[in-house]
Ligand binder design. Structure first.
Ligand code: ACO
Length: 326
């Protein structure tokens, strides 16, 4: 039995923050941002919006495409590092918002790899008989964890949400495999120091800006390219495929240079790689489901296509998923 994606949906906030806007906020310029990252603009959640709001809209759109009602959903997994509250899980808030009464719901914290981790987890639940229909969501309000005076990080990130409906199927299409990895030794290259149990909220912590994401960008870059390449090859090798068999590579959208360097190492042609980082920046756990939804609605995903996805993020975590599109 295979588990397949039967619907995709996404939601991006209306507010656009361009590189020209950022030039007025920090010492940066459009040329630097485009040359180093490929990002031209990103979306920022409205004041009244948070992660569960965006996740719920994306989920409804995915369910509509799948022809599935909220009452039919057995489980909801939200990959996020910017949940509405430290606890409870944003997935429970989404469950209430969409009225998925019988679903069990939990969040999964794997930073930019959150969606593939969540996909893998829901896939395993369905395959082991714990439910037939799942919502897997990647949703982030990163704009609230960014230091908007730090030019090293604030140009990179944005907000948004993407979702897929998973259903058990009988044919050989669907998720072929997921491959997950972590290495906690790299914690301080990419993390948010406050305000968890290690550094609870305090005035001194606020003063030290511990509530904001910290990153050593060039170190992250090197490990990201290597890990994305390795985990993609691992997925292809597991099924005897090469990059030539890939119809579309849908990687985590962090930075155009990371994507292009990875695609080159994998021997993928430009037209095999889906890139939308120029429009949205890095929305962490949301990038892959948003990209999948865009590609799907543009008619780029055809039945029988081999879809490779890979992600890398804080933890460090990295992961890949290989799918035969239904
Ligand atoms: N505008 C102008 N100059 C800047 C900016 C900016 N926004 N940010 C940094 N600079 C300056 C630096 O201060 C530095 O100046 P200096 O030489 O005078 O010290 C110079 O630009 C070069 O800085 P580097 O950090 O070496 O630049 P690099 O080429 O590595 O690019 C970047 C930085 C874009 C952050 C890159 O390292 C990167 O993309 N890393 C990956 C980070 C990432 O994607 N993280 C997301 C989470 S992980 C993931 O999703 C894969």
């Amino acid at each position: 039995m295979r588990v397949r994606i039967t619907g995709t949906g996404s939601y991006m906030p209306e507010k656009i923050l361009t590189n020209a806007d950022l030039e007025k906020m920090v010492d940066t310029n459009n040329e630097w941002i485009v040359a180093r990252t490929g990002i031209e603009e990103r979306r920022i959640a409205a004041e009244h919006e948070c992660t569960s709001d965006m996740a719920a809209v994306a989920a409804r759109r995915a369910m509509e495409m799948a022809g599935v009602t909220a009452e039919e959903i057995d489980l909801i997994v939200v990959g996020t590092i910017t949940g509405d509250y430290p606890w409870p899980a944003t997935a429970c808030i989404v469950q209430a918002k969409i009225g998925a009464k019988k679903a069990f719901a939990y969040d999964l914290s794997a930073a930019c790899s959150g969606f593939i981790y969540a996909l893998s987890s829901a896939n395993d639940f369905i395959r082991s008989g714990h439910g037939k229909k799942a919502l897997v969501i990647g949703a982030e309000t990163l704009s609230r964890s960014i230091d908007w005076t730090d030019r090293n990080t604030c140009v990179l990130f944005g907000d948004g949400a993407g979702a897929v409906v998973l259903e058990a199927g009988e044919d050989d299409t669907g998720i072929l495999s997921c491959h997950l990895h972590s290495d906690g030794n790299y914690l301080e290259l990419l993390y948010q120091p406050g305000f968890g149990a290690k550094h609870p909220a305090s005035a001194a912590g606020m003063e030290a800006k511990l509530q904001f994401l910290k990153m050593q960008g060039n170190e992250v870059f090197k490990v990201a390219v290597r890990s994305l390449t390795e985990v993609s090859i691992e997925a292809l090798n597991a099924h005897g495929y090469t990059s030539k068999d890939v119809s579309l590579f849908v990687p985590h959208q962090a930075n155009r240079r990371i994507l292009e360097a990875t695609a080159k190492r994998l021997g993928l042609a430009d037209e095999q790689t889906y890139i939308n980082v120029h429009k949205y920046g890095n929305t962490s756990g949301a990038t892959i489901p948003v990209a999948l939804d865009e590609a799907n609605r543009a008619g780029m995903l055809k039945s029988g296509d081999l879809i490779l996805s890979a992600a890398f993020g804080g933890g460090f975590t990295w992961a890949s998923a290989l799918l035969r599109w239904t």
